[in-house]
Design a protein. Structure first.
Length: 107
């Protein structure tokens, strides 16, 4: 039997409906399920942790490890799109003196 084990059950895991120590008849089924779980946990959980599925073939198991996600200090420096537009030297507006294509002899 092949097993997927969750190293630490965080609150998000407990609420997720996933179960710990899932067993499988084939190695391929275990690997496929672990990949799906790892992906979902990293995309849908609260983003406090980062999950990594590690294969331990000699033990016939995959353990999903978690670690606290590093904080990104650069996020504080991100400006809003409206601030960036205000700082831009590009001017977007309507030129009332310009002729339309029909007025300038176009089709």
């Amino acid at each position: 039997m092949y097993t997927i084990e969750i190293e630490k059950e965080c609150a998000c895991f407990k609420k997720s409906g996933f179960e710990n120590n899932m067993t499988f008849e084939s190695r391929e089924d275990m690997i496929n399920k672990a990949r799906v779980m790892e992906c979902l946990m990293n995309q849908e959980f609260c983003m406090k942790h980062f999950f990594t599925a590690v294969d331990y073939p000699e033990q016939e198991k995959i353990i999903i490890h978690s670690r606290v996600r590093p904080t990104d200090d650069d996020d504080d420096d991100i400006e809003s799109s409206s601030t960036l537009v205000k700082k831009s030297s590009v001017v977007i507006g309507f030129d009332a003196g310009a002729k339309t294509p029909q007025e300038s002899g176009g089709n």
